[in-house]
Ligand binder design. Sequence first.
Ligand SMILES: CSC[C@H]1O[C@@H](n2cnc3c(O)ncnc32)[C@H](O)[C@@H]1O
Ligand SMILES: [Zn+2]
Length: 439
Amino acid sequence: MHPTVIDTLIEARWIIPVEPSSSILTEHAIAVHQGVIQAILPIPEARSRYQPAHHVALKQHALIPGLINLHTHAAMTLMRGLADDLPLMTWLKQHIWPAEARFVDARFVREGTQLACAEMLKGGITCFNDMYFFPAAAAEVVTACGLRAGIGLVVIDFLSAYASDADDYLAKGLALRDQYPRHPLLTFCLAPHAPYSVSDKTLSKVMTLAEQLELPVHIHVHETQAEIEESLTTHGIRPLMRLQRLGLLGPNLIAAHMVHLNEDEISLFNQYGGHVAHCPTSNLKLASGIAPITTLLQQGVNVGLGTDGAASNNRLDMFEEMRLCALLAKGFSGQADALPAWQALRLATLNGAKALGLEQITGSLVAGKAADIVAVEFSELELSPCYDPVSHLVYTAGREQVTHVWINGQLLLDNKELVTLKESELLSHAAYWQKRLTS
Ligand SMILES: CSC[C@H]1O[C@@H](n2cnc3c(O)ncnc32)[C@H](O)[C@@H]1O
Ligand SMILES: [Zn+2]
């Protein structure tokens, strides 16, 4: 029988598909053609069955599904370290929002998002769920770099350089979505910033549009105790109940943070089938608290992982989020098995894909899904010996060990070198913005 011609054959010491079972395949290869995983086979069988245009043999590596950053503000890389060691509301109102009012324009978002894409690619992130001003600039960057993204059609009830009022934000967002019909890498979410910054009237419009256009809704919710107290004072009701009253709870909701929740709220959120973007580092750094992830997972809520923006994390590093979420769940519950390594890996991959409605496309390595693949090298001293590669991935490895990244079958990180972005250009953009933000 003649071998089948394919684009790429990637051989590795281990393949960790994440689905359908928690199995680890040893000395296997992934056959990729036209952006799609064709098969995962033992290396000798793959070699005889396929004739690849590109053959990549990764002898000391594990292949994992691309990591999915379920909540970020990519362009905020340009504000990393601008204001640290502050609680959320002081950080936002006294530092970040004034800086955004002065400096954020389409160029800021383009160059900040490029910087974020570079950092995320180098750390094995293949897909991110973004929420920021000038989303057209982010969409342009994402498509040029070849990442996958959920672009937030942001709306907030204040004037910015991007839009004048809620209707203007929504009109601009919908026009952007119309520019990318059925794009292979871009999806769109309606992104009302938070219950405290978006009025009932605007949230109702978001709900109607989400239903009409079948769009997910991405929003910050119950991030701090102060948010809940302010809502009780202003609306006489907790934010989550307000979202329920406005019809926003449901399987299309991606709720970022969800730190302060009572038992009734967890059960209500679960009944509606919403998704949580857990951001453990940002929640610690802004002193917001620790989200009750073990309880959410026990109830059956789909929980993914996010970094939040680089100005509140300060890294866009999903290896760190995996490790931290597993450790916090143990410490918080007093149970060492509260969130095992396998589950942390699932949160960072398949659960993120589910939240974005992309579970048929990405989040695991199975035939028929897009080839969103990350290679992690295991030859460092601290990764030897290796009894369990998933244990090392979550508890020991870091983004420094990521060597190759494919998205939709396209090689975007080749032996730690970015293929579609120039690091020297990114550094000069960063220097430009540093000068502007400090002048
Ligand atoms: C209107 S664009 C998005 C908006 O969100 C701000 N932001 C960044 N991180 C957080 C966070 O953790 N909670 C709330 N808001 C956040 C960002 O600065 C933009 O203004
Ligand atoms: Zn955020």
